[in-house]
Design a protein around this ligand. Structure first.
Ligand code: G1P
Length: 279
């Protein structure tokens, strides 16, 4: 199996994080820590584990802390070098040793589809991962993106991660309808961005993990603004459904919606009890 098949992962990190104000007034929401590690670092570690060492960050104004996080802090290195405190830096040093970080700024927030298109210059003509760091996914055996890379190798089409959500929450998500290929693997028939519960054909919600084939860029260019007046990735994927097929995957693992206060607190408690204390 060629682990290098998918080398790049795109991280849309330009969003405002209004739900976390005032914490996010001058600090990117992606830098909010779950215990002692920023959300975006969990995402980058997941991508690197899946073989996507090239991390393409679609950033925006006020997001410089993210670029600084994935660079050496020379002063800090000097301060802690040779002291017991050095151990606290080992995790991020590993990430910096393995990862390559490229960045482009999204000047206007016109939707997830627009953010992905902004990243085209960093991705080029190859299949790539997309990771929304608000969705923290944890699975000890194999990360969610790694599971999806294996599926991509089998199906060679765009793959979206899905999870069942309560029917009253479907309007927060892209919702998928389709037919089972086998357990946990669905051939998508249709997907709709943020439908009303009475209009949703299922409760299978897209979670922030995707593998996309590069034709998505041309499709996004032709995609009109949809739900909330934004250019939606879901609408572009819907065209791929009719042109070559898209697979939806019910992943193994836990997922926390860290874009909401309650999900963020749940994730914090879970990581503290199950990962941090054990380390
Ligand atoms: C985005 C996508 C949506 C997906 C969700 C997952 O929505 O547009 O299809 O279900 O991420 O977190 P957002 O959360 O940016 O509104």
């Amino acid at each position: 199996m060629d682990r290098k098949l998918i080398q790049k992962c795109l991280f849309p990190v330009a969003g405002y994080g209004t739900r976390f104000l005032p914490a996010t007034k001058s600090m990117p929401k992606e830098m909010l820590p779950i215990v002692n590690k920023p959300l975006v670092q969990y995402g980058v570690e997941e991508a690197i584990q899946a073989g996507m060492n090239n991390c393409a960050l679609v950033t925006g104004r006020g997001k410089r802390a993210i670029a600084d996080h994935f660079d050496i802090s020379y002063e800090l290195e000097q301060q802690v070098s040779g002291t017991p405190k050095e151990a606290f830096l080992s995790g991020i040093r590993n990430v910096l040793d393995q990862g390559i970080f490229t960045m482009v700024r999204q000047r206007e927030m016109l939707g997830l589809g627009h953010a992905i298109l902004t990243g085209e210059v960093l991705i080029g003509d190859q299949p790539f991962g997309v990771l929304l760091s608000d969705d923290l996914c944890i699975n000890a055996e194999k990360s969610v993106l790694s599971q999806m890379v294996e599926l991509y190798e089998e199906f060679n089409c765009s793959i979206v991660a899905i999870q069942e959500v309560p029917m009253e929450q479907v309007s927060r998500y892209g919702i998928v309808c389709g037919d089972n290929i086998r357990e946990n693997v669905i051939e998508v028939r249709e997907m709709v961005e943020k439908p009303k519960p009475e209009e949703a054909g299922s409760n299978l919600a897209i979670i922030g993990r995707y593998i996309l084939t590069p034709d998505i860029f041309e499709i996004i260019k032709q995609t009109e603004p949809g739900a909330n007046g934004e250019v939606q990735l879901t609408d572009a994927l819907n065209r791929q459904v009719s042109e070559g097929g898209v697979v939806a995957y019910k992943f193994q693992g836990k997922r926390f919606d860290c874009g909401s206060i309650s999900g963020f607190v749940e994730a914090t408690n879970y990581v503290y009890e199950n990962i941090y204390k054990a380390s």
